[in-house]
Design a protein around this ligand. Structure first.
Ligand code: AMP
Length: 314
């Protein structure tokens, strides 16, 4: 873990939402939970590298939420606090734990937010373009003076439906697209994860990480594919942040290794899935914020047992 007072530039820069979420799931309802794509991402990635958030919050953003992040080594020097309100999202998982139904989205301070990565990315090995309007993701890309080794993006159905052209421009400039299976199908028109990944890779990225909720995730490269299961939890309390914390573990591993090949990509995918399993076991950031590396290592060992078998003799 890293020290919040550490003045080094971050190893990973995350651009995207910082939010207050109202969530309903079969396990109950919560209002005003700390959330947003960069929050879940950085709470996961901090276990591997120093992460900086480039985003905006409103005057209503709680000091205690800032503290929660900074006490975990997350660099908030580029988190702008402005007049106005923090981004708000209201979602429901009552009918389907794998797909959130958005009941309301209020961009608030993100309406006119233009990220400038400036000094934040001086030493960055990875840039995560978390779920937010593709125009903001494009502004972040335009502000790069030095391209990090890994540029990874995420998105959601709202932008696929309303901002498809801008989103395509984002896809053309990244190394990895992380996306839900339903969203990948909606964007590409393909009817399988492999078909959707092939379409996405045609746009330029080296890898497509297709997240499949309780069915795990698949990572596709041009001549490589890897499937990770989801950890078989008996109860999912709140799936919010599963995808972002998956991406946080995945990018955290990539950014913390000098060389990345098939072996590291597979490890990164398993670690992403393992972290997501902790995230969804409680509401909001409650479990993820407390997660430590020893617990994560134990769960990764369980993943190994879950998936490994001896050669079968015929
Ligand atoms: P996920 O990992 O996909 O479950 O992401 C959940 C987070 O995405 C929530 O904490 C929301 O605040 C955030 N979110 C939902 N809709 C949007 C949106 N349109 N733009 C940016 N962030 C969003």
């Amino acid at each position: 873990m890293v020290d919040a007072r550490d003045e080094r530039a971050p190893d990973i820069v995350a651009v995207g939402s910082v939010a207050y979420d109202d969530v309903v799931s079969p396990a109950g309802a919560r209002a005003d939970q700390l959330g947003g794509s960069t929050v879940f991402f950085s709470l996961a990635a901090r276990l591997f590298a120093k992460v900086g958030i480039v985003a905006a919050v409103g005057a209503d953003f709680e000091q205690s939420d800032k503290r929660l992040l900074s006490e975990r080594g997350i660099d908030l020097r580029w988190l702008q606090q402005r007049d106005g309100k923090t981004f708000r999202w209201r979602g429901s998982y009552v009918d389907d734990l794998n797909n959130a139904v958005t009941l309301d989205t209020q961009l608030n301070v993100f309406e006119d937010f233009k990220p400038d990565l400036g000094a934040a990315h001086a030493d960055a090995r990875a840039l995560f373009l978390g779920n937010i309007a593709p125009a903001i993701q494009l502004d972040a890309l335009r502000s790069l003076t030095k391209r990090p080794r890994w540029v990874v993006c995420d998105t959601m159905n709202l932008w696929i439906e309303t901002r498809r052209d801008e989103l395509t421009k984002v896809f053309e400039q990244v190394d990895v697209i992380t996306i839900n299976e339903a969203e990948a199908r909606a964007y590409t028109g393909a009817d399988s994860p492999a078909g959707a990944a092939a379409e996405l890779l045609r746009r330029g990225p080296r890898y497509a990480l297709i997240k499949r909720g309780e069915y795990g995730a698949m990572l596709f490269g041009r001549d490589f594919a890897f499937a990770a299961p989801a950890y078989p939890l008996t109860e999912v309390r709140d799936p919010t942040g599963a995808g972002d914390s998956f991406a946080g573990g995945f990018v955290g591993v990539l950014a913390s290794r000098d060389a990345v090949g098939e072996r590291e990509l597979k490890q990164a995918t398993i670690i992403g899935s393992a972290i997501a399993s902790f995230t969804v076991s409680d509401f909001g950031t409650a479990r993820l914020a407390d997660l430590n590396k020893a617990e994560l290592a134990k769960r990764c060992a369980e993943f190994k047992r879950l998936t490994r078998f001896d050669d079968i003799a015929f």
